[in-house]
Design a protein around this ligand. Structure first.
Ligand SMILES: [Zn+2]
Length: 373
């Protein structure tokens, strides 16, 4: 079934409904098939049919006596019929299909004594993995459709959803467009943990990063019952990107973040930001919503993950604008002194880094104790 799941993932990567099938005889692998009706303009190109065809070719026989077919989703009527014609001994499926399943859900083709051959059937094997794959696929497709339905400002770019395909699922992703400060731009943010809690954490990425860099810390804080908001600044990650560098301002970005927090009913947040210069810039601009500022080392993304939102230089205007802006923070530093909390204040070593889930859990525990939200 794990091999069949691999087939299903190939289908998903090709934009097909993720179903995979494997044919085995005497513990020997014969063929793998995955769903491909869209690409081949072929309504019969189900994973099972394709695996049966390949297995028959390998054996040089259209009868698959003694063979077992593993498939991630309960077979449909067509595939069940093909299996009976092939005299398949046994079919093992993962998730049930309550809409078109012919292995017992809607019809029970394999157990019908009126037919001349009965194939043994067994369902529910790795059912969770098989159905999660399908659910994620349909959720992605829905969010993509929603994204397409949302207009894009003429002076802005939007990273195609496909650029994020190889990265972690976006189950926490939310989008907002109607905040006054956004002026029609679409902002992406993640909302983790206790929904509706008025206090929580705002994790703002660094000038070269994007929201993905906080995934371990957000998960760790959410595990501790905290609410966590992780935005992509305009010009970064999954948010819209203005084409002109000059169109970006820290004030504008901070205004959007403050409006977002109010929209989400967040009255008090601890700000978490990489690097003290950067932290100071946000802390001053997010008063009075921000009750503390935790400075941390910036989590490292793989080059592939770091570059995913920026398919070309045009998408990087926001990065360039904010990197240049950072150089000007020097003057600002003298003017004000927002109080920053360092990792040392949490009892962690100066050289602390948190690139994995375990470090993130340690940091989250200490920070939750320290700020006692
Ligand atoms: Zn089918």
């Amino acid at each position: 079934m794990r091999l069949a799941l691999q087939g299903a993932r190939v289908a998903a990567a090709q934009g097909e409904v993720p179903v995979g099938a494997v044919v085995v005889r005497d513990d020997e692998w014969l063929a793998t098939g995955w769903n491909a009706p869209v690409a081949g303009h072929d309504p019969t190109a189900h994973a099972e049919i394709r695996a049966l065809r390949d297995a028959a070719r390998v054996l040089g026989n259209y009868r698959l006596d003694g063979c077992t077919l593993y498939v991630t989703l309960e077979p449909c009527l067509m595939c069940a019929g093909a299996m009976l014609h092939a005299r398949l001994a046994r079919v093992v499926f993962g998730a049930v299909d309550p809409k078109t399943g012919a292995g017992g859900s809607v019809l029970d083709v394999f157990g019908d004594k009126r037919l001349n051959h009965q194939t043994q059937v067994c369902g529910g094997v790795l059912a969770h993995d098989c159905s999660v794959l399908l659910q994620e696929f349909f959720a992605d497709r829905r969010s993509e459709r929603r994204a397409r339905a949302e207009p894009l400002r003429e002076d802005a770019l939007r990273t195609p959803e496909a650029c994020f395909a190889a990265l972690d699922g976006a189950e926490h992703a939310r989008y907002v467009r109607d905040l006054p400060a956004l002026d029609g731009l679409r902002l992406h943010y993640e909302d983790w943990g206790s929904p509706g809690a008025p206090t929580g954490w705002l994790l703002v990425h660094g000038p070269r990063g994007w929201s993905l860099e906080w995934r371990h810390l957000a998960a760790a804080l959410a595990e501790l019952g905290q609410r966590v908001i992780v935005p992509d600044l305009i010009g970064f990650g999954r948010s819209d990107k203005l084409k002109k560098e000059a169109a970006y301002s820290l004030q504008g970005q901070a205004g959007a973040l403050a409006q977002l927090l109010r929209r989400l009913g967040m009255e008090r947040v601890v700000l978490v930001v990489p690097g003290s210069e950067w932290a100071r810039a946000w802390a001053t601009r997010l008063q009075p919503l921000c009750v503390g500022t935790q400075v941390v080392p910036e989590p490292v993304l793989t080059p592939q993950a770091a570059d995913a939102p920026y398919p070309d230089a045009g998408h990087r205007a926001g990065q360039r604008a904010l990197a240049r802006r950072q150089a000007h923070e020097e003057t600002e530093r003298a003017v004000e002194a927002a109080s920053l909390t360092t990792v040392q204040a949490l009892g962690l070593p100066t050289a602390f880094t948190f690139d994995g889930p375990e470090d993130a859990r340690l940091l989250a525990r200490r920070a939750v104790e320290y700020f006692a939200l």
